[in-house]
Every structure is written in structure tokens, then in C-alpha cells.
Write a protein that binds this ligand. Structure first.
Ligand SMILES: Nc1ncnc2c1ncn2[C@@H]1O[C@H](COP(=O)(O)OP(=O)(O)OP(=O)(O)O)[C@@H](O)[C@H]1O
Ligand SMILES: [Mg+2]
Length: 294
């Protein structure tokens, strides 16, 4: 069987004279996609367009060849969505909330019972399932949000910053849950946290000012800066001088010194150490305000 295909075709969204998504085109087939971008890059707007919550100013989204607006309920049935800020029912218990969501999605009671039990276990909320949502911590609410998005075993799953507020242990659990779930499905996750997605995403999309500026596998993306990443330990006095000369990716403090990661075609200084290029380097480079970006 041929897998699903979700196509974004010159998709544009303006809010007044602000262009939030700018002629973005991409084709998604089953796999995990990470949407990386700084605040205001347009990630949430893009996701809401894909979920048919917002209508595009121009361009379109097609699922298996058909414009999503024309699919109506059929499209909603195959979609799971975790919004960036999620309004819950504070007086519902976690379990009751999931049953309620399942009934909205038309899932029969028997299937819902089994699925809800599995999901509560997967997001580590089994012991708290009888507790009211208003007593939940931020991370617990987030995990409940992830569970509701996965409830109907959607063929297209859109998660807007799912790892925000999760502690390290729950991040690992989330990654594992997703790697099992994502088989034969289209999963799109937005995040600022590169380390959360670099090992689970098949492809990475980098957005800046509403545009898709890079896309590819982590290897393809880091290949562009391979052999050009150096680390230099320097005093703060010399920092400005280096910043003027090179594209600085990152600066870390180490006692009296600054350890800086830079991009350079040649070894910049005697004590510079060549480093393996990481996705984080590329990401910071793309959002650094100096140097050539595109
Ligand atoms: N409803 C709206 N009305 C007006 N402007 C909006 C609206 N929604 C988004 N924008 C603007 O569109 C741009 C993209 O916003 P969006 O929320 O998509 O970014 P984001 O990448 O999700 O950011 P973040 O990482 O902070 O969640 C921003 O400049 C934002 O101010
Ligand atoms: Mg957002």
C-alpha cells in the first residue's frame, strides 16, 4: 500500500501586513518531521493551517491529492493535534476528559477503554487518572494533551511543542512513545529543543520569518557546515575581535574565559579545536544575527 501524502503548496498566511507563513511548499510522507524555528518563525501558524483551523491567504494543503477544506470531517478523523496552549476542562478527571474526547471523535466505548488505558500508561498518568485536571502540574497537563492527540490513532499527528514542560525522564518516554507510534504515520513536531528531535526526526524543517530556509535529514543539514566548526577558549577581552572576524555560533562561560564555537573555513587560531558539526550548531547559526544565513 502506498503511504499517505500531505502536500503544502505555496502556503501563505498574512495577519494584516504581517506574513506569518510565506509561500511554503513541502511534501510529507509517513515519517517524523521536526519543525524548528525561533519565536515567531511561523510554526504554530503553519500547524494551524495544516489542521484546517486557519484558512490560508493563498496556496493550499492537500491530503492524498485533495484540498483539505473539501475533505471536511473525513480529514478531521485522520488528524490528531496538540495545540501549543491547550484549554482543558479543569473539573474533569484525566480519564473522564479522555473518554469525552474519544466520544467527540466517534470512538466506540470498548475501543476507547482499551486505548485510554494504554495511553495513560504511556504518558505515566495511570495513577493520577482519577484526579481532576485542575490539580495537575504543567508537565502532567502536557502529557494529557499528548494522550488526547494520539487517541484516535491518527494518520496525521501534529504536536506543537509537545516537550515543553516535560522533565528529562518524561522526555525520554515521549521519544520512545513516538518512535513506536510513528510507523506508517505522518508526525510533525515543533520545538526549540534540538536535542529532543535530532535522533527521532527523519527530516528537519527550519523556519525563519515564515519561510522554510532549510530541510533535510540531520546528516544532510549538518553536512553543510562539516569541517567548519571550531571551538576556541579565549578571554572576554578578545571576544569582540573574534566576533568581528568570524560567525560565532555559541558562547559559553568557563571561569575567566569564554568558550566560543565558530564557523570558519580555515583553522582560525593556533589553539582552536576542530569539532564535529551538530544540528544545534546549524540551528544556532541560522538564527544568529550576524553572518550569511541562507
Ligand atoms: N492571530 C494572529 N493575529 C496576528 N498575528 C499573528 C496571529 N498569530 C500569529 N501571528 C503572528 O505571526 C507570526 C508567527 O507566529 P507563530 O505563532 O506562528 O510563531 P511560532 O513559530 O509558533 O512562535 P513560538 O515559537 O513563539 O510559538 C508572529 O509574528 C505572530 O505575532
Ligand atoms: Mg508556536
Amino acid at each position: 500500500m502506498k503511504g499517505d501524502e500531505l502536500v503544502i503548496d505555496r502556503l501563505t498566511k498574512n495577519f494584516g501586513n504581517k506574513i506569518a507563513v510565506d509561500r511554503l511548499s513541502f511534501s510529507f510522507s509517513p515519517g517524523v518531521y521536526a519543525l524548528l524555528g525561533s519565536n515567531g518563525a511561523g510554526k504554530t501558524t503553519l500547524m494551524r493551517l495544516i489542521c484546517d483551523i486557519l484558512s490560508p491567504s493563498s496556496g493550499e494543503v492537500r491530503f492524498n491529492g485533495r484540498e483539505i477544506g473539501s475533505l471536511g470531517e473525513n480529514y478531521r478523523d485522520i488528524l490528531g493535534y496538540l495545540p501549543q496552549s491547550f484549554g482543558f476542562y479543569p473539573n474533569f478527571t484525566a480519564e473522564k476528559f479522555l473518554f469525552y474526547m474519544a466520544s467527540l471523535k466517534g470512538i466506540d466505548k470498548k475501543t476507547a477503554e482499551k486505548r485510554i488505558e494504554e495511553l495513560l500508561e504511556s504518558v505515566s498518568l495511570s495513577d493520577e487518572k482519577k484526579q481532576k485536571i485542575k490539580t495537575f502540574s504543567g508537565g502532567m497537563k502536557q502529557r494529557l494533551g499528548i494522550a488526547q492527540a494520539m487517541l484516535s490513532e491518527p494518520r496525521v499527528l501534529i504536536l506543537d511543542e509537545p516537550t515543553a514542560g516535560l522533565d528529562p525522564k518524561e522526555r525520554v518516554r515521549f521519544r520512545n512513545l513516538l518512535s513506536v507510534f510513528s510507523k506508517d504515520r505522518i508526525v510533525i513536531i515543533s520545538t526549540h529543543i534540538v536535542s529532543d528531535i535530532e535522533h527521532i526526526a527523519d527530516k528537519i524543517l527550519i523556519m525563519k520569518n515564515g519561510e522554510l530556509i532549510r530541510s533535510g535529514t540531520a546528516e544532510e543539514l549538518t553536512d553543510k557546515i562539516k569541517d567548519r566548526v571550531y571551538e576556541i577558549s579565549t578571554s572576554y577581552e578578545r571576544l569582540c575581535e573574534i566576533e568581528e572576524k568570524y560567525t560565532v555560533i555559541n558562547i559559553n562561560t568557563e571561569g575567566e574565559n569564554a568558550v566560543i564555537r565558530i564557523l570558519s573555513d580555515e583553522k582560525p587560531t593556533e589553539n582552536a579545536k576542530k569539532c564535529e558539526a551538530r544540528l544545534e550548531d546549524l540551528y544556532l547559526y541560522c538564527f544568529n544575527d550576524s553572518g550569511v544565513k541562507k
